[in-house]
Write a protein that binds this ligand. Structure first.
Ligand SMILES: Nc1ncnc2c1ncn2[C@@H]1O[C@H](COP(=O)(O)OP(=O)(O)O)[C@@H](O)[C@H]1O
Ligand SMILES: [Mg+2]
Length: 250
């Protein structure tokens, strides 16, 4: 098992308020690690720290280290980090342009490719990996705003895949989706872990139990417990974990 991300003693603050406290966690290559926990437990803060999205927030500060295969991400050039670590949000936000243009937007902007034939290969592969290709292959030129919410969310996944990252961060990616669209996104995540390392923040414990290899339970800025998903759900070590997964609080 190779550590893709290694977090050492990470603490995060907004002004003086601690949002994440002395976190130590490793994320293994080609796993889906779910992070569950009630609102305000620091899940989003953790994801936004992993691709340094919070660096622009003036109230935010942090201590500790995060390594991406040995490289300290806080010393890394931001554009390089964003190429290696992609992030998907709760609400799908496609760009107001065609499906095709959405997928090629980032690789073009980052200057990753120039030839049209290369772009076409990237679009097809990204849409296939996002489990969307069959549904849109005959209408790549139609507007991304006209497809369903579930399709838009998979399109947003394809946009991330097009830059070929190593790690993908998902922040409650299905919270706005119906059960059928949710199942499709989950299917796509399971496919994706063959090539990528995935961190999935979810407010849906059933989703964590369905898709992830390991699950971490966060509570009030602390990592309470992390284990193989089946073990964590069947025999949690901590009472707080048990209370949360059985719905006794949250
Ligand atoms: N931009 C922000 N400014 C100030 N406080 C924040 C900000 N974002 C989050 N927080 C606070 O940090 C804590 C953790 O929040 P968050 O990481 O969003 O938790 P979760 O995603 O688990 O709901 C909460 O107490 C929240 O109010
Ligand atoms: Mg959140």
């Amino acid at each position: 098992m190779v550590d893709k991300i290694k977090v050492e003693n990470l603490s995060c603050y907004y002004d003086k308020k601690c949002a994440l406290e002395s976190l130590n966690i490793s994320i293994v290559q080609n796993e889906i690690l779910s992070i569950i926990g009630p609102a305000n437990s620091g899940k989003t803060t953790f994801l936004r720290t992993l691709n340094r999205m919070n660096d622009f927030d003036k109230t935010y500060s942090r201590k500790g280290k995060v390594y991406l295969v040995g490289d300290n991400i806080f010393d890394m050039n931001m554009e390089n980090l964003r190429k290696r670590v992609g992030m998907l949000f709760a609400m799908p936000i496609p760009l107001p342009m065609s499906i095709y243009e959405n997928v090629v937007y980032a690789p073009k902007r980052l200057g990753l490719i120039s030839k049209k034939s290369e772009l076409e290969t990237i679009v097809e592969q990204a849409l296939k990996d996002a489990s969307l290709w069959d549904e849109v292959k005959d209408r790549l030129d139609s507007s991304a705003m006209k497809i369903s919410g579930g399709q838009q969310q998979r399109l947003c996944i394809a946009r991330i895949l097009a830059i070929n990252p190593e790690v993908i961060l998902f922040d409650e990616p299905c919270s706005g989706l119906d059960p059928i669209s949710t199942a499709k996104v989950e299917e796509s995540m399971i496919e994706l872990k063959r090539k990528y390392t995935i961190v999935l923040v979810t407010n849906n414990v059933k989703q964590a139990s369905r898709v992830s290899d390991r699950t971490a339970f966060f509570l009030m800025g602390k990592l309470v417990e992390i284990d193989k998903t089946d073990r964590l759900f069947v025999s949690p070590k901590e009472k707080q974990t048990e209370d949360y997964i059985t719905g006794r609080f949250g």
